[in-house]
Design a protein around this ligand. Structure first.
Ligand code: NAP
Length: 298
């Protein structure tokens, strides 16, 4: 039987409505409008489009959006100075420094300078620690989006075998920790695979929930999936170009996930597409963290 498609676009839309209502209530009761400040150093085209999308999402949800655009040659001290000012700014509840930063800047030092209570990306070691001990305040956005997709698709997690492919600090490790927690929506038995894993298919075939964040197109084939499993494909791989639907004179990237989607959907019970699966959830979770940061202040 063909799998049910988990639409990240639809789930994100529903969560955005909830966030927008909560933001309006916060303003009414406490006079606080959640504010997110993005910081961009240089003009990397992908980064420019990400920060633009974040600003647009703020406006759509009735939040304040601030933006600082700094030249490529900005020094570490100048950037740290800006972060100190944003840490003190009462209108700014969330600070997001768009990565990657230019090579002459020490990324870790910059991220660690952000006030942990404004770290809506959830990358500060204080927030990583809070996540590990089960007192998460700002879960990192992509893993938080993955967990919401699992929950809202009605997939049971309690006692489920969860297999995560990938162990990065931004996706693989945090989602493994989140699914392991002793709480509702988690309580799973978690296995994490990586490039040194012997016989990966042995593990993936046991998974009731398979989360793939490898960054390798078609790394997971249909024969590696347990029939009926829920498959969350985090991968975004640019595998070619095609003319844009809106403007055929412009070329756009052809995107593929880490799962060989067409055959996989004949085996899985539920599956996310690429694009339109995990992608739309990430910015939505950033908005949710910004709302949480504003509520902390209230
Ligand atoms: P990453 O830092 O490159 O990490 C990839 C991980 O996958 C590593 O742990 C690597 O193992 C493992 N891996 C790679 N190939 C493998 C294979 N053939 N078998 C088993 N393990 C393998 O990537 P990331 O930042 O976590 O991102 C992963 C993917 O998700 C990328 O395609 C990225 O574009 C996408 N992504 C999407 C979103 C979104 O919002 N949709 C957000 C973040 C990331 P080793 O540790 O052994 O090298």
């Amino acid at each position: 039987m063909t799998a049910e498609i988990i639409s990240g676009r639809e789930v994100a839309k529903a969560i955005r409505e909830e966030i927008s209502q909560e933001a309006a209530q916060l303003k009414e009761k406490h006079g606080i409008t959640p504010g997110l400040c993005t910081v961009l150093v240089g003009q990397d085209p992908a980064s420019v489009s990400y920060v633009t999308a974040k600003g647009k999402a703020c406006q759509e949800l009735g939040m304040k959006s601030f933006h600082h655009e700094l030249p490529e040659q900005t020094t570490q001290e100048e950037l740290l100075g800006l972060i100190q000012r944003l840490n003190q700014d009462d209108q700014v509840h969330g600070i997001l420094v768009q990565l990657p930063l230019p090579k002459h800047i020490n990324e870790a030092e910059v991220l660690y300078a952000i006030d942990p209570n404004k770290d809506v990306d959830g990358f500060h070691p204080v927030n990583v620690g809070r996540l590990v001990i089960g007192e998460e305040v700002f879960p990192p956005c992509t893993p938080a989006g993955i967990q919401e997709l699992i929950l809202r698709s009605g997939t049971p997690t309690e006692g489920a075998e969860v297999v995560v492919v990938g162990r990065s600090n931004i996706v693989g490790k945090p989602i493994a920790i989140m699914m392991l927690q002793k709480k509702a929506g988690a309580n799973s038995t978690v296995t994490v695979c990586h490039t040194r894993t012997r016989d990966m298919a042995f593990h993936t075939r046991r998974a009731d929930i398979l989360i793939v964040a490898a960054g390798k197109a078609k790394a997971i084939t249909a024969d590696m999936i347990k029939p009926g499993a829920t498959v969350i494909d985090v991968g975004v791989n640019r595998v070619g170009q095609k003319p844009s639907k809106k403007d055929p004179s412009r070329m756009v990237a052809i995107l593929e996930g880490d799962v060989d989607f067409e055959p996989a959907k004949e085996v899985a019970g539920k599956i996310t597409p690429v694009p339109g699966g995990v992608g739309p959830m990430t910015i939505t979770m950033l908005m949710r963290n910004t709302l949480r940061a504003a509520k902390l202040r209230a």
